[in-house]
Design a protein around this ligand. Structure first.
Ligand code: F6R
Length: 588
């Protein structure tokens, strides 16, 4: 969940690494550091806090050297301290490295190494620096050393390593964590994330698992853990640098919320052949399983609901972190549909690894080009919604939903399906305007400790998603629930003034959901209705346009995203970087 990068080139590394760290800050933001080599000296600067704060204090960009590595951290092993920040350095101060991932056997290795090495941090990463030092002393050759060390380490990791006596080379190792080479002109990069070097180059080489890269100013050599040299071409990625700027918006999150009227269209533009193959598989009669985490899991729930109700195809949806029981059920007569923005969520990749060798077909929906998920899939569809920088999923959520609609409408040969899909963009535009009328509701939410989100059927996952957005951006406890479940327990928590957000479009769920709203109101709840039609039970009404019943979920989520964003602003939270959270959850 950290961001890592290395640079080698004709320019001073540190200003470039600083810019890259800012680009990757969404991956982790509790501490950061850089290391360069200059005049035969290994220079390390690191501290805790946000990158701008750290830079103000220790002036990263003034550090000299044309080779360097950098890290932005989201703490897993060890608390947030300077000692635990990366880069980590060997005892002899000859080797420095940055790491993303988790080393499972670090306790055992630490014990083995602690008689000879002096540990300064509580991290799993530091053992790698000492282990490399130990083995490099014997082998005197970086690639052989890294191969040996990688075999000793269990877990998932991507490493970028520099050796003081190899000042013209930078090394990367990939095993179950992303690592990508950026090929520039007389400069090269190696990083966890394309976004980190997109200001400098959009030509990339994707490393696969169990590969080591040796990168110089004008060459790249890839060797797998078996010692075989791998030839791999350069891919040009279409993400332009402008996509990752905030433009006129104060935060990435609100920019990304506003982009949704165009990003849904991008998501709908799928390669015809690929799309038809996807549909062919879905209708092949195999058992269908859909998985995701967080917001992507909510999409899995909507997908299952629509497959079952509209296309009459039965499917199961499960949380990737709960894959165990479902993987037992999968065999070569099964399809697994993993859904993910990042394509790097550890639980999701693990769920795939559990079943892939049983002959299960992997049909994925993802956003990040070249992600691990994209390369583990038999067939896939890309969200095409550009990089999502805000930690909370917003435009990726609606892009996923647009793809689900495209699939379902195609499966059902829905009348006017294309027209409905074409209309999504203007529906979203209309609903984005709602932000002007949310002030009073934001004040109510700001004063609350608990908020309930209720919806039935296809609106239930939207209730879950709305609650998740409010929790992560505004730090208010929120619960999304199936409206019918209210009286089976949760009603006991309703007090005078408790806000309840009722997702209540004019469809077959309307009447029953109104009854639930009345039950809550009679216990003192303040009812916030999301509907095209007002009702006397609502204390506040968020008016959404009247659309086809199947389209409502994509319309309903927009006001909920806006409420979460503006409540976060009201509370002076930074919505782009919610506390304790990281964008890609690459650890289990
Ligand atoms: C919520 C959010 C997370 C992600 C989850 C899965 O706003 O962003 O819950 O949805 O971590 O991430 P991906 O889709 O990258 O697998």
């Amino acid at each position: 969940m950290c961001g890592i990068i290395g640079y080698i080139g004709n320019n001073n590394a540190s200003p470039i690494l600083l810019q890259s760290l800012k680009r990757m800050e969404y991956r982790g933001y509790d501490s950061a550091g850089i290391a360069t080599i200059n005049d035969n000296e290994l220079i390390v600067r690191k501290d805790i806090g946000r990158i701008d704060q750290i830079n103000e204090k220790i002036k990263f960009d003034a550090v000299k050297g044309k080779i360097g590595i950098a890290h932005t951290r989201w703490a897993t092993h060890g608390t947030v301290t300077i000692e635990n920040s990366h880069p980590h350095v060997s005892c002899n101060e000859e080797i420095a490295l940055v790491h993303n991932g988790i080393i499972d056997n670090y306790m055992q290795l630490r014990e083995e190494l602690s008689t000879k090495h002096n540990f300064k941090s509580e991290t799993d990463t530091e053992i790698i620096a000492h282990l490399i030092e130990e083995e490099y002393a014997k082998r005197k050759e970086p690639i052989e050393t890294l191969k040996y060390v990688s075999d000793k380490l269990t877990g998932s990791f991507a490493l970028v390593v520099i050796f003081k006596d190899h000042v013209n080379e930078i090394y990367g190792v990939r095993k179950y964590a992303p690592l990508i080479i950026g090929k520039g002109k007389k400069e090269n990069f190696i990083a966890s994330d394309i976004v980190s070097f997109i200001d400098y180059t959009d030509n990339v080489i994707f490393l696969e698992d169990k590969e080591i890269a040796k990168v110089t100013i004008n060459s790249v050599k890839i060797i797998n853990f078996d010692g075989k040299e791998i030839r791999r071409g350069v891919t040009h990625v279409a993400w332009e640098a402008a996509d990752v700027s905030k433009e006129e918006f104060s935060h990435h999150t609100i920019k990304e919320i506003h982009e949704q009227n165009s990003t849904v269209n991008m998501a709908l533009k799928q390669d015809k052949v690929g799309f038809n193959n996807f549909i062919k598989e879905l209708t092949s009669g195999k058992n269908i399983f859909i998985t995701g985490s967080g917001s992507s899991y909510h999409i899995a729930l909507i997908f299952r609901n629509m497959l079952t109700r509209f296309a009459k195809i039965s499917a199961q949806a499960f949380l990737s972190s709960e894959a165990e029981e479902y993987s037992e059920l999968m065999d070569d007569n099964s399809i697994l549909i993993p859904i993910s923005q990042s394509g790097e969520t550890a639980d999701l990749l693990e769920a795939i690894r559990k079943v892939k060798n049983k002959g299960v077909k992997i049909l994925s929906i993802y956003n990040t080009v070249g992600s691990s998920l994209s390369r583990m899939s038999d067939l896939s569809m890309n969200l095409n919604c550009g990089p999502e920088i805000g930690v909370a999923a917003t435009k990726s959520f609606t892009a996923q939903l647009a793809i689900v609609y495209k699939i379902i409408f195609n499966l059902c040969q829905m009348e006017n399906g294309d027209k409905k899909l074409e209309g999504l963009s203007s529906n979203i535009k209309e609903v984005l305007d709602i932000k002007k009328s949310l002030h009073q509701i934001i004040e109510v939410l700001n004063e609350s400790n608990d908020v309930y989100f209720l919806g039935r059927s296809i609106h239930h996952p939207i209730a879950l998603e709305g609650a998740l957005k409010l929790k992560e951006l505004a730090y208010i406890h929120a619960e999304g629930m199936a409206a019918g479940e209210l009286k089976h327990g949760t009603l006991a928590l309703v007090e005078e003034g408790t806000p309840a957000i009722i997702i209540n479009p004019m469809d077959e769920t309307y009447r029953d959901t109104i009854s639930n709203a009345i039950e809550m109101k009679s216990r003192g709840a303040k009812i916030i209705g999301i509907s095209s039609t007002n009702n006397e039970v609502y204390d506040y009404w968020i008016k959404i346009p009247e659309v086809d019943n199947s389209i409502y979920p994509i319309i309903e989520i927009i006001p909920l995203q806006l409420l979460a964003y503006f409540t976060a602003i009201r509370r002076k939270n930074n919505p782009d970087y919610p506390r304790n959270l990281a964008k890609s959850v690459t650890v289990k």
